[in-house]
Design a protein around this ligand. Structure first.
Ligand SMILES: [Zn+2]
Length: 332
């Protein structure tokens, strides 16, 4: 079973999950096994291979066939069945590996990537994410839900079949907690959401805006950490997918689809991480909408991080966001 260990020096938790070594791409496996391509015929995420995944949590079907399904992660780092407990002696503090770890199989088609998705594929994807955000919220032991997609080996994916992951944590990670508190304080001081002010400034500056519609802005942040990094931010008072109406989801699909067609045209099949930021479950209420905005971050992994970044947390970005914006705008 996995466990969290607390570091007194950094005040951060590390999750130890030795079971993960058994994943398709283990430490000792050769690169050819990467993404399970050798096992392509046995890909457990394909249509007709449902028996090779753990029991299904939910699915979206059309014309009698599934289009999108959620299953527990076979190589889970956390378990919803683990008891929620922590222990502490004079030196060390640890906690059980309680939490949720799910896989969203975004399409039954092995060869379809997110830049190939049509509107219907994207709606199904966001609808199923919304359902999980709403349902896991009912478990009041969970404080935070991390929703992300790793695409490509450089981004940490171990399967090439398009998928996302959901990890539910019993506490707020330090980074999330600090950033959330900061946004709360900002609202107290200015009576405006920090994200609203950032959007106002980016829109006034203009050079980093790739596209926008009535509900979302797509832009390369002024101080992007990664080359070609983008954010999709809600202009409306939406703090979580759980609050989205059908038309909000529709506007989100439109801008996501527009982005990924530009992504593929500009960069091709490069690895990326996509993080879908919803307000934490902990302390969530009507007030949350005042200061937090739903947003998506997409970070292409073209250049590698090294020692300096690990030492200082300062990222070295070799592409200015205004340059990236220009390239994205010209790509379609
Ligand atoms: Zn597959």
């Amino acid at each position: 079973m996995s466990e969290f260990r607390y570091c007194k020096l950094t005040k951060e938790w590390t999750l130890f999950a030795p079971e993960r070594l058994k994943r398709p791409k283990g430490l000792n496996n050769k690169k050819e096994v990467y993404l399970g391509e050798i096992m392509h015929e046995k890909c457990p995420f394909d249509l007709g291979k449902e028996e090779f995944t753990p029991h299904e949590i939910t699915r979206i079907s059309q014309d009698g066939k599934w289009k999108c399904r959620v299953v527990p992660n076979l190589y889970n780092v956390l378990s919803i069945e683990a008891p929620l407990q922590s222990t502490r002696d004079s030196f060390f503090e640890k906690a059980s590996g309680f939490g949720a770890h799910e896989v969203v199989i975004e399409t039954p088609n092995h060869d379809k990537q997110i830049w190939d998705y049509d509107y219907n594929d994207l709606i199904n994807y966001f609808l199923i994410l919304q359902e999980r955000v709403v349902n896991l919220k009912k478990d009041d032991r969970l404080a935070y839900l991390s929703v992300f997609k790793n695409q490509g080996e450089e981004a940490g994916a171990s399967m090439s079949h398009s998928h996302s992951q959901i990890i539910g944590l019993p506490f707020l990670p330090k980074k999330i907690k600090e950033n959330f508190e900061y946004q709360k304080e900002y609202f107290k001081a200015h009576n405006r959401a920090l994200f609203d002010d950032i959007l106002y400034e980016e829109l006034a500056y203009g050079k980093n805006i790739i596209a926008q519609n009535s509900e979302f802005v797509l832009y390369c942040p002024y101080a992007s950490s990664f080359a070609f990094e983008v954010k999709i931010v809600s202009k409306k008072r939406l703090s979580s997918l759980s609050e989205f109406t059908k038309s909000d989801l529709s506007a989100l699909c439109d801008i996501t689809k527009e982005y990924f067609s530009k992504f593929y045209a500009a960069l091709g099949d490069v690895a990326f991480n996509m993080i879908i930021n919803n307000a934490p479950y902990k302390d969530y209420n009507e007030e949350t909408k005042n200061y937090f905005r739903f947003n998506i971050e997409i970070k292409p992994r073209i250049y590698k991080e090294a020692g300096f970044e690990q030492n200082t947390d300062i990222k070295i970005n070799v592409v200015l966001p205004e340059t990236a914006t220009k390239i994205y705008k010209e790509s379609r």
